[in-house]
Write a protein that binds this ligand. Structure first.
Ligand code: SF4
Length: 502
C-alpha cells in the first residue's frame, strides 16, 4: 500500500454547496469493481470513480490484483489528483476495486481512506464501502474480545476509525474462504452497506437487506463491472445487467458469476438518492433519477402554484425540478444565475474579504434576465437555510420584484444514520421553524415544499419500499441506543450523534 506526499491534498470543497462553509447533504462514497481478464482494470476503475466523484471528494483509492499480488494505492483528494499514468500502471491485473470517499467530521484522514486491507487464511482482502453501519460500537466490542483484540488487525492498528475497517477485521477473524467469511459476517451487520471487495482471484459485491444505497451489475465484452450508479457503467462502456439485490452476495471468478442470499430482502431504498444524491443520468430500481426530479417539479407546481414571470433553478441540482415546474405551470423557464463550477476547488484559504463574498464566489446573477421579474426559484432541499437566504437576497439585489422558493423535497427534520451527512438536528432549519417561519427566515415572498406523497409518487417506487426517515423520523432499520450512534464512535467520548461513515 502506498502513502504519498506528492499530490495536492483535497480540501473537500468540490461539491454542490453554494455558500462556503454551508454544507449541503453529503453522500458517503462511491464504490466500483471490475473483473475483466485482458483489460486495463485499474484504468476502468479510474474512469468509473471519475463518474462517481460526486459521491465523495475527500479521498480516492484503487486495489488491483494479477492473481498473485494485490496492491492498493490511495490518497487524499479527487480521483484526478490521486492517480496518474504511473500509479495506474503499477496497478496491473484482471480484478480491481475502487472508492471515492466523503467522511463525516473528523474522519477525513489518509488512514481512513479506502480500500482497506486485511488478511484471510491464504489471501489478502481489499474492501470498499458505501453506507453507514449503525452497530459499529457493538462490532468493535466483538473484535476487541477476539484473539489479539483490535491490535491484531493492521487497519485498526494503523488508526483507521471507520466501520469499513471493522468489517475488514471481522472478515479476517472469520474462517474459510473469503466467500464463506462474508456469509458469516454480513448477517451480523446493521445499517446501510454496499460492499465491493476482492482477494487475489475473485471480485465480490454485497448489499444490505434494505438496499438503502444503490449498487448495480454491468457486463463488459470480457468481464463484469459493479458500481454505485448506472452512470458509472455507461462511462466505462458496460451494459446494465441488473441491481445487486438487497441481501445478496455475488462472487465473480474464472467460473463466472455466482449469487448467494445472506438475508431476506426488505427493500427500503433511500428516497434522497432520487431527490439529490445520485447523478441525474442514473437509474435506481428501474426509475430514472432525472425523470423523477422533473416529475417532482411538476408535482410542486400542482401543489404550490404561484403567478410569476419566470421559473429558474438553483444550479445545478434544482434544474430538472425547475424544468418540471415550468412545464406544468406554463411559466417560462430561464436561467437567472451562472455557476462558477471550479471555484470551490481552491487550495488557497479565503481571507475575510473573499469570505464575505459568500455565495457570489460560486454564483453570478444575470441582471438583465432577473431585473423586474417575479421569480419562482426551485431547489432540491433546505438544510440550514443560509444558502437560500443568501440566494434570495442576491436575486432581490439583482432587481427581482418577487422571489417564490419551491423545494422538491419535504422539510428535512431528522438526521440520517444510513450514510448521508446532514447538519445536526439542531442546525436543521425545519426542526425549529414551521414553513411560514422558514419563509420569513430566508426572506422569500412565498415558500412551498413538495408533499411526501408527491415526492414518493415521482420515484414510482412503493412507499413501503423507500426510506424517508430524514423527512418523517421513521427509521426503517431499528437504531441502537443513542450512545452507540454518536459521530466518530470509534475515536472520541460519547457526546455526539452519528458514527463515522465510509
Ligand atoms: S434518512 Fe434520508 S438520506 Fe438517509 S437513507 Fe433515509 S431517506 Fe436517505
Amino acid at each position: 500500500m502506498w502513502k504519498t506526499d506528492r499530490v495536492a491534498r483535497g480540501d473537500g470543497q468540490l461539491n454542490h454547496d453554494l455558500l462556503p462553509g454551508e454544507k449541503g447533504p453529503q453522500d458517503a462514497c462511491g464504490v466500483f469493481g471490475v473483473y475483466a481478464p485482458g483489460e486495463e482494470v485499474a484504468k476502468l476503475t479510474y474512469f468509473g470513480l471519475y463518474a462517481l466523484q460526486h459521491r465523495g471528494q475527500e479521498s480516492a483509492g484503487i486495489a488491483a490484483s494479477d492473481g498473485e499480488r494485490l496492491l492498493v494505492y490511495k490518497d487524499m483528494g479527487l480521483v484526478s489528483q490521486v492517480f496518474d499514468e504511473t500509479s495506474l500502471g503499477m496497478l496491473s491485473g484482471h480484478v480491481a476495486i475502487g472508492h471515492c470517499r466523503y467522511s463525516t467530521t473528523g474522519g477525513s484522514t489518509w488512514e481512513n481512506a479506502q480500500p482497506t486491507l486485511g488478511a484471510a487464511a491464504e489471501s489478502t482482502i481489499a474492501l470498499v464501502h458505501n453506507g453507514n453501519l449503525i452497530n459499529s460500537a457493538q462490532l468493535r466490542r466483538q473484535i476487541e474480545k477476539g484473539e489479539g483484540g483490535a491490535a491484531a488487525h493492521p487497519e485498526l492498528r494503523r488508526g483507521n476509525t471507520t466501520d469499513t475497517a471493522l468489517v475488514t477485521a471481522l472478515f479476517a477473524d472469520a474462517s474459510g474462504t473469503l466467500e464463506e467469511r462474508a456469509l458469516q459476517v454480513l448477517p451480523q451487520l446493521r445499517g446501510a452497506f454496499t460492499f465491493v471487495f476482492m482477494d487475489e482471484h475473485t471480485l465480490y459485491a454485497a448489499r444490505d437487506p434494505q438496499g438503502i444505497r444503490p449498487l448495480v451489475l454491468g457486463r463488459l465484452e470480457r468481464g463484469w463491472v459493479i458500481a454505485s450508479e448506472t452512470a458509472a457503467l455507461d462511462i466505462v462502456g458496460a451494459s446494465f445487467v441488473r441491481e445487486i439485490q438487497p441481501g445478496e452476495l455475488i462472487a465473480i471468478d474464472p467460473n463466472g458469476l455466482r449469487s448467494r442470499r445472506f438475508a431476506e430482502p426488505d427493500r427500503k431504498g433511500c428516497v434522497f438518492e432520487y431527490v439529490y444524491l445520485a447523478r441525474p443520468d442514473t437509474s435506481i430500481a428501474g426509475r430514472g433519477v432525472y425523470e423523477s426530479r422533473v416529475e417532482m417539479g411538476r408535482a410542486l407546481a400542482r401543489e404550490h402554484p404561484v403567478e410569476a414571470d419566470m421559473v429558474m433553478p438553483t444550479p445545478e441540482s434544482g434544474t430538472p425540478s425547475a424544468i418540471g415546474y415550468a412545464a406544468e405551470s406554463g411559466i417560462p423557464y430561464g436561467s437567472g444565475l451562472v455557476k462558477n463550477a471550479y471555484v470551490g476547488r481552491t487550495f488557497i484559504s479565503p481571507n475575510q474579504t473573499i469570505r464575505q463574498l459568500g455565495i457570489r464566489l460560486k454564483l453570478n446573477p444575470l441582471r438583465e434576465v432577473i431585473n423586474g421579474q417575479r421569480l419562482v426559484v426551485v431547489d432540491d432541499s433546505i438544510v440550514r437555510g443560509n444558502t437560500q437566504r443568501a440566494l434570495v437576497r442576491m436575486l432581490r439585489e439583482a432587481g427581482a420584484v418577487e422571489v417564490h422558493v419551491r423545494i422538491s423535497s419535504p422539510p428535512v427534520r431528522w438526521p440520517c444514520f444510513y450514510g448521508i451527512d446532514f447538519a445536526t438536528r439542531a442546525e436543521l432549519i425545519a426542526t425549529g421553524l414551521d414553513v411560514a417561519e422558514v419563509c420569513r427566515s430566508i426572506g422569500a415572498d412565498s415558500l412551498g415544499y413538495i408533499s411526501e406523497e408527491g415526492m414518493i409518487a415521482a420515484t414510482r417506487q412503493r412507499p413501503d419500499q423507500l426510506c424517508t426517515a430524514c423527512f418523517t423520523g421513521t427509521y426503517p432499520i431499528e437504531l441502537p441506543e443513542a450512545g452507540d450512534l454518536r459521530k466518530n464512535v470509534l475515536e472520541v467520548p460519547r457526546d455526539e450523534t452519528s458514527v463515522p461513515t465510509s
